[in-house]
Design a binder for this molecule. Structure first.
Ligand code: IPE
Ligand code: IPE
Ligand code: MG
Length: 231
């Protein structure tokens, strides 16, 4: 089942802009190609033993981008969900969202709610789409939720704190993949990545395919995960 031993894989879907520029095209062209890459990777994941796939689609910092680019990204989210939800539902994929959806445009929230409700009972791959997600923001929201329940707040430990995060119920990511070569997390899964293995590839996200995913998993399999212990 988990032939590579990575139950939870998280991907920072980066490099759409550079991919487009390398083709002399505008950024939206790259974002559109990025959605195609996502479609393929979601299909490929279960066969590679992945049970949880988290994808970073829009960060709390991405609002700094020009309004037109933000609009394009929001439109693509709606388009992706509308276009994919039927088939993903048939394939037993459960779609969830990480991040603060309160700041999302209504049209996005509507599709997000539909996708989550439609697929909520599915037992297959969990696809966690991070939109308006920031690791620090998630931790602050979790602290606020914990404080709202003084009894729980007093008994808080590392495990119970996890229940207040957007990823409640999910195992920590085993592997975080970053296409496009940047050596940083850019605010993705800060709490959960404590012992995640990192894989960075120069391949831009729109060119990231099943073979590249498998290559990442093969690298992961070679890692010696010590979690602070030894032997
Ligand atoms: C990833 O591609 C998409 C988002 C961050 C929303 P970028 O748009 O960051 O592409 P680059 O990094 O500029 O190439
Ligand atoms: C990270 O990519 C966010 C997503 C992929 C959604 P960015 O392109 O925003 O990250 P930085 O700015 O290079 O750190
Ligand atoms: Mg980028």
């Amino acid at each position: 089942m988990t032939q590579y031993g990575a139950r939870h894989v998280a991907i920072i879907m980066d490099g759409n802009g550079r991919w487009a520029a390398s083709r002399g095209q505008p950024r939206p062209y790259g974002h559109r190609a990025g959605v195609e890459a996502l479609r393929k990777i979601v299909r490929a994941a279960p066969d590679l033993g992945i049970e949880y796939l988290s994808v970073y689609a829009f960060s709390t910092e991405n609002w700094k981008r020009p309004e037109a680019e933000v609009e394009t990204l929001m439109d693509l989210l709606v388009e992706y969900l509308r276009g994919e939800v039927d088939e993903l539902d048939r394939e037993q994929v459960k779609i969830i969202f990480l991040g603060d959806d309160r700041a999302m445009p209504e049209r996005c929230k509507r599709e997000m709610d539909i996708a989550a409700a439609r697929t909520g009972r599915n037992q297959g791959l969990v696809l966690a789409i991070a939109v308006n997600y920031g690791g620090r923001d998630e931790i602050v929201r979790a602290v606020r939720r914990a404080l709202a329940d003084p009894k729980k707040a007093a008994e808080l430990d590392e495990e119970t704190f996890g229940d207040f995060l957007d990823t409640a119920g999910m195992p920590d990511p085993d592997l975080i993949i970053r296409p496009s070569g940047e050596l940083r997390l850019s605010n993705f899964l800060l709490w959960q990545s404590a012992y995640a293995e990192l894989f960075v590839t120069p391949v831009y996200w729109p060119d990231f395919d099943e073979q590249e995913l498998e290559r990442a998993l093969q690298h992961f399999q070679q890692r010696d995960r010590r979690f602070g212990g030894h032997g």
